[in-house]
Design a protein around this ligand. Structure first.
Ligand SMILES: N[C@@H](CCC(=O)N[C@@H](CS)C(=O)NCC(=O)O)C(=O)O
Length: 217
């Protein structure tokens, strides 16, 4: 059955791979699933047709026959549940990998998103300069804890899993600020993720998409 995802018509990052369709593309590539991409403009994202699919007016979404999903965690969990390679079979190992999926989205990503918001959406506010270092320190705290847990392991818990896929995707968003490189073991962990052939295919696909000819009109 054909899988269709949505992505920004033009990602604000110009193809750096930081928009959330990249993590879904990566999971689909790891699972070996072909997919199509439906571009959505910022205006269309807030219109009824898209809101019927994504109630918060965001990308990405995932369509597979009658099934329509939103939220990258749920989409990647669905892909990982139906295809080999992203979640271990053994029940406890599987539960731990799912724990890391939640940790990536629920514990590590929130302060990273705050930094992006204060920089790009609230950058003109008088307090943003003071707030920025406070949030940066919150990210450093989380990354220090994560780095301590990872130690010199290759992945977070045994073999590469959807937990690593989400954690690497989230950590990539700290690279532009320079914070990722303050944690060499996490920078190396992210580089291992980026070196996976499935990630490379996903990155190349989103780059081609975001740097294609400008949309007319
Ligand atoms: N929790 C959602 C977040 C989705 C999200 O924030 N998507 C961004 C793109 S990466 C978006 O559509 N932003 C535009 C907007 O919110 O108006 C998920 O993981 O799918």
């Amino acid at each position: 059955m054909t899988v269709t995802i949505t992505a920004f018509e033009r990602s604000p990052d110009g193809g750096m791979g930081l928009a959330r369709d990249t993590r879904v593309r990566w999971a689909l590539e790891e699972a070996g699933l072909p997919y199509e991409v439906r571009p959505v403009s910022f205006a269309a994202m807030k219109e009824p047709a898209h809101l019927a699919v994504q109630p918060f007016g965001q990308i990405p979404t995932y369509e597979e026959g009658d099934l329509v999903l939103f939220e990258t965690g749920a989409i990647i969990f669905h892909i990982a549940s139906h295809h080999a390679g992203l979640l271990p079979n053994e029940a406890n190992a599987r539960a731990r990998a799912i724990t890391w999926m939640f940790a990536a989205l629920n514990t590590v990503e929130p302060p990273i998103l705050e930094l992006i918001t204060v920089k790009f959406t609230e950058g003109d506010k008088p307090w943003s300069k003071e707030r920025f270092p406070l949030i940066a320190d919150r990210i450093r705290n989380r990354l220090g804890q994560l780095s301590a847990r990872l130690g010199d392991a290759e992945w977070l818990d045994g073999a590469f899993s959807a937990g690593d896929l989400l954690m690497v995707s989230v950590l990539l968003r700290t690279r532009p600020s320079g914070i990722l490189n303050e944690f060499p073991s996490l920078a190396a962990y992210v580089a291992r993720g980026e070196a996976r052939p499935a990630y490379k295919r996903a990155f190349a696909a989103q780059l081609a998409f975001n740097t294609a000819q400008p949309v007319a009109g």
